[in-house]
Design a binder for this molecule. Structure first.
Ligand code: FES
Ligand code: FE2
Length: 329
């Protein structure tokens, strides 16, 4: 579960961090986020004195105050006050992490990543952006694959993302990849029959599902006039059996209708997320009974091996051997 230090990881929504501190799990360890002036600070969530969770304390003047003896720590992690002490405060420190806020999403890094974090696949375009948070009992590879897997939608999301009638059509899939990414491009699919497509989409020209290192799963729905709908999900293995996600839901911003439609994004996605959570949790529960069971990679699981390779830091098979397949979708 070690995270690469040179990467930004989306960990929270800035709106979740108010007057109270927020505790999150980052690479299996608790981190406390709190507001300090205009920035958001991230410290290891452990007071160095008696190891109490700093996140159970409060924020005073932009510093976090431990609830046990009131020691205070600033955004850099330096101890600034030991109540009752008459002399100078010793040079005590709590490890801190680098933070970056982008369009309402908080990113953390263990090391010193270069440049700004990547937020979503429609950066720089005229879009409406809605954010969601999720937490699932699962593994990163299972969760990422689930988001990008087209074949489960007929069953897990019947009615929502697919029609009730179970109609299928022959679709072409082109699978390509490179260092740190893999994508599947679906063409030949007409409009889908599910509720989401009926409400939000027009005619569909192509669908792209993409995975990017270190844990980004994104879907793009393209119509004749351009991008109609997209989601970029930032996933990370927060703890052994817990995947936390920050999702960007993206729609075009061309007028009033787009704004009205955008109100449907979050409620519909929450339903889809809940449906996915059910199957992922079910698989995860079984994994505790059969810890050594390896899941089958079926003939339609186009991305699984590439996602596994990317997470292992190797070149995905799709980069060495691009593939074209046909599928009844
Ligand atoms: S445990 Fe935090 S101040 Fe003592
Ligand atoms: Fe799903």
């Amino acid at each position: 579960m070690t995270l690469s230090p040179d990467c930004w990881h989306a960990v929270a929504l800035a709106s979740d961090i108010g007057a109270k501190p927020l505790r999150i799990l980052f690479s299996g360890q608790p981190v406390v986020l709190f507001r300090s002036g205009r920035q958001i600070a991230a410290l290891q969530d452990r007071c160095p004195h008696r190891l109490v969770e700093l996140s159970t304390g409060k924020v005073v003047g932009g510093e976090i105050e431990c609830p046990y003896h009131g020691w205070r720590f600033n955004a850099a992690g330096a101890c600034t006050a030991i109540p009752g002490l008459t002399g100078e405060v010793p040079n005590y420190r709590v490890p801190r992490l680098k933070t970056f806020e982008k369009d309402g999403v908080m990113f953390l890094a263990k090391g010193e990543p270069e440049g700004e974090p990547y937020l979503h696949c429609a950066e720089g375009r005229k879009i409406i952006l809605k954010l969601v948070r999720s937490s699932t009992q699962s593994t990163l590879v299972d969760t990422a694959e689930n988001i990008l897997d087209a074949t489960h939608t007929h069953f897990t999301h019947k009615g929502l993302l697919r029609g009730l009638g179970g109609q299928r059509q022959l679709v072409r899939v082109d699978i390509t990849g490179g260092p740190g990414w893999v994508e599947a491009c679906y063409t030949g699919e007409e409009r889908q029959q599910g509720l989401v497509s009926r409400l939000l989409e027009g005619e569909r020209v192509k669908t792209v599902g993409r995975f990017r290192y270190p844990g980004i799963a994104e879907l793009e729905y393209w119509g004749a006039k351009g991008l109609v709908l997209a989601t970029t999900f930032h996933l990370r293995q927060a703890a052994d059996n817990q995947v936390d996600g920050i999702g960007c839901l993206i729609g075009p911003r061309n007028g009033l209708i787009d704004h009205l439609k955008s109100y449907a994004f979050r409620p519909m996605f929450r339903i889809a997320l809940e449906q996915d959570r059910r199957v992922l949790t079910s698989a995860s529960r079984n994994a505790t009974f059969w810890p050594n069971a390896t899941p089958l990679v079926g003939p339609l699981d186009f991305l699984r091996r590439s996602i596994e390779a990317i997470l292992a830091g190797t070149l995905p098979p799709a980069a060495e051997k691009p593939e074209t397949a046909y599928i009844e979708l």
